[in-house]
Each structure stands twice: as structure tokens, then as C-alpha cells.
Design a protein around this ligand. Structure first.
Ligand SMILES: Nc1nc(=O)c2c([nH]1)NC[C@@H]1CN(c3ccc(C(=O)N[C@@H](CCC(=O)O)C(=O)O)cc3)CN21
Ligand SMILES: O=c1ccn([C@H]2C[C@H](O)[C@@H](COP(=O)(O)O)O2)c(=O)[nH]1
Length: 283
């Protein structure tokens, strides 16, 4: 929690105002942030200075793992977070590649599970990493990348957390995740949960101990209409201790994650938090 609050304060103190053409808003921006999550100690990085909707964040991650490309599938898992990008963005609505209501196009999980090869067929990046790690193998390229510039025009948004790089040291699994663009009040709240949970889940299904997750962010920003709430409300609150995440131990394979797992297979313990803050969302 301390590192999150320090990043927010740094943006408030040192951020530079940058015009964002896509949203038509100004963003107070800093470059480069390095966050670390102690998955080994089960210090779940939930924001405590406001209520965090952690189930929606894990539902998003599960949707990426399943390769979903439709906001309705994300809603069925328990999160409405892709509704706006799929259905309210003018540029995407006018895009001939959009296949109708709720279609997100070839973003995130589609690239992770079905990256199109130029000579036909697809690459399942996640399956390869799971198979290697399950055999105790780290080829120093256990990478899942959602960043496919050749297909940006076929999706509603370029991926923000675009690369997840797993590493095995003995029997301990590590994760380094890269994010190019971060909406700190809204998105980071979710992304912290996702990086932590991705490592915890991958360690569980590949039979390893979870170590530390490293989260590297390039452009970290607060939108102009979020600044007052962050500076005058959230940053005035004292954080509470980190809660713990419990994952159903019956989840043992990638197929389990693809088929029967729901949000009921996740629980958070000792989550003490301040009241909710409704930050504006920019499409
Ligand atoms: N501007 C912007 N910020 C983002 O964080 C973001 C995007 N766009 N587009 C793609 C995804 C969608 N994500 C989202 C979308 C909505 C919320 C959101 O509204 N969160 C609320 C409540 C969520 C709920 O009720 O389930 C929150 O208070 O955290 C969070 C992340 C993260 N990403
Ligand atoms: O997981 C996510 C997804 C999106 N965001 C934020 C970061 C930006 O504010 C927007 C994306 O806009 P771009 O113009 O494509 O950078 O969404 C996030 O923080 N986390």
C-alpha cells in the first residue's frame, strides 16, 4: 500500500500535465514506477484507502487467461469493465473489424492464447509457458505478450499491461509484468491485484512456490477529473494492513481455469478499508 500511495503522491507533487488526444483530457503524468508484490508472504496488494472491487479485477484476469474477446463474457464472469471500451468508443464503433455489440476485437487474451501466425494457424503463448514451467523448465523466454502492433487496428484498445515474463529459480516462481500506460486511480487498483494473482495462480497450477511479482510501469497518470478526489480525499486517508488472498486449492491445471473456476473460488481475508470513492472513467 505504501508504494501505491508514494506513487500517487509523486504524481501529485512532480507530475507534468500532458494532453491526451484519445480521451480529450489532460493527464498529470510521471514516467517509470517499479512496484513489488510479496506473493510468498501472501501480502495481497489491495488498496485500503478506498473500497476495492477486487473480484472484478480477478474476473478480468480470468477472462484474459481464457482468451475472451467479448465484453459479455467478462460480464458473465463478474466484471463490467470492458463494456465502455467495447461499446462506447467512437473510433472502435466505426471500425469495420468490430463484430457487433460487446466485441472487443483482437486484444489481450486473444493475443495470449491465439496469436495469429503469418503462415496460418495460431500460437498459444500461455499453454507453452504453463507446459514448460510444469516440467521445471525456464528457457529464459517464458513470456506472454499481448502487444501485437500488426493487429492494433483489429482491437478496441492497445493492451496496457502488455507483457508477463515468468522465471523459475529452483522451486520458486517469479513474475515480471510490464505496463506501458497506467490510470493510477482506477486501473492500477486492478492491475496490482492481477499481477499478484497471476503469479499465485501460475505457481499453483505448475506446482511451484510463489516468490515475488515485479510490476514495471512506464507512463503513470491521473486524469484531470480524478485529481481532486485523489489529492484531497484518498491521499488524506491512513492505510490499513494488507489483507490475504485465498485461492481454492482444487485449482490444479490450466483446464480448471478455462472451465469451472468462478469468482467463488477466491476469497479475501482481513480486508479493512475506507469508504468507496467513485473515480471518473475515461473512454
Ligand atoms: N481510462 C481507462 N482506465 C482503465 O483503468 C482502463 C481503461 N480505460 N480501459 C481498459 C481497462 C478497463 N479497466 C477498468 C475499467 C473500469 C474500472 C472501474 O470502473 N472501476 C471501479 C468500479 C468497478 C466495479 O464496480 O466493478 C472502481 O471504483 O474501481 C476499473 C478498471 C482498466 N482499464
Ligand atoms: O489494465 C489497464 C488497462 C488500461 N489502463 C488505462 C491506462 C490509460 O489511462 C487507458 C488506456 O489508454 P491508452 O491511450 O491506450 O494508453 O487505460 C490501465 O491503467 N490498466
Amino acid at each position: 500500500m505504501k508504494q501505491y500511495l508514494e506513487l500517487c503522491q509523486r504524481i501529485v507533487d512532480d507530475g507534468v500535465w500532458i494532453e491526451n488526444e484519445r480521451t480529450g483530457k489532460r493527464c498529470l503524468t510521471v514516467i517509470n514506477a517499479d512496484l513489488e508484490y510479496r506473493v510468498d508472504r501472501n501480502e495481497f496488494p489491495l488498496i485500503t484507502t478506498r473500497k476495492s472491487y477486487w473480484k472484478a479485477a480477478i474476473a478480468e484476469l480470468l477472462g484474459y487467461i481464457r482468451g475472451y474477446s467479448n465484453a459479455a463474457d467478462f460480464r458473465a464472469l463478474g466484471t463490467p469493465t470492458w463494456d465502455a471500451n467495447a461499446n462506447l468508443n467512437e473510433a472502435w464503433l466505426a471500425n469495420p473489424h468490430r463484430k457487433g455489440e460487446d466485441d472487443m476485437g483482437r486484444v489481450y487474451g486473444v493475443q495470449g492464447r491465439a496469436w495469429a501466425k503469418p503462415d496460418g494457424g495460431v500460437i498459444d503463448q500461455l499453454r507453452k509457458v504453463v507446459d514448460n514451467l510444469s516440467r521445471g523448465m525456464d528457457d529464459r523466454g517464458e513470456i506472454i505478450s499481448f502487444y501485437n502492433p500488426g493487429e492494433f487496428h483489429m482491437g478496441c484498445l492497445r493492451p496496457c499491461m502488455h507483457t508477463h515474463n515468468f522465471s523459475l529459480l529452483g522451486d520458486t516462481l517469479y513474475l515480471t509484468s510490464y505496463q506501458r500506460s497506467c490510470d493510477v486511480p482506477l486501473g492500477l487498483n486492478f492491475n496490482q491485484v492481477q499481477v499478484f494473482t497471476f503469479l499465485a495462480l501460475m505457481a499453483q497450477i505448475t506446482g511451484h512456490k510463489a516468490g515475488v511479482a515485479y510490476h514495471k510501469i512506464v507512463n503513470a497518470h491521473i486524469y484531470e477529473d480524478q485529481l481532486e478526489l485523489m489529492r484531497d480525499v484518498q491521499l488524506k486517508r491512513e492505510p490499513y494492513p494488507a489483507p490475504q488472498l485465498e485461492i481454492n486449492p482444487d485449482i490444479k491445471t490450466l483446464e480448471d481455469l478455462e472451465t469451472w473456476v468462478t469468482m467463488d473460488d477466491f476469497a479475501v481475508h482481513n480486508y479493512k478499508h475506507h469508504p468507496p470513492i467513485a473515480y471518473p472513467f475515461s473512454v
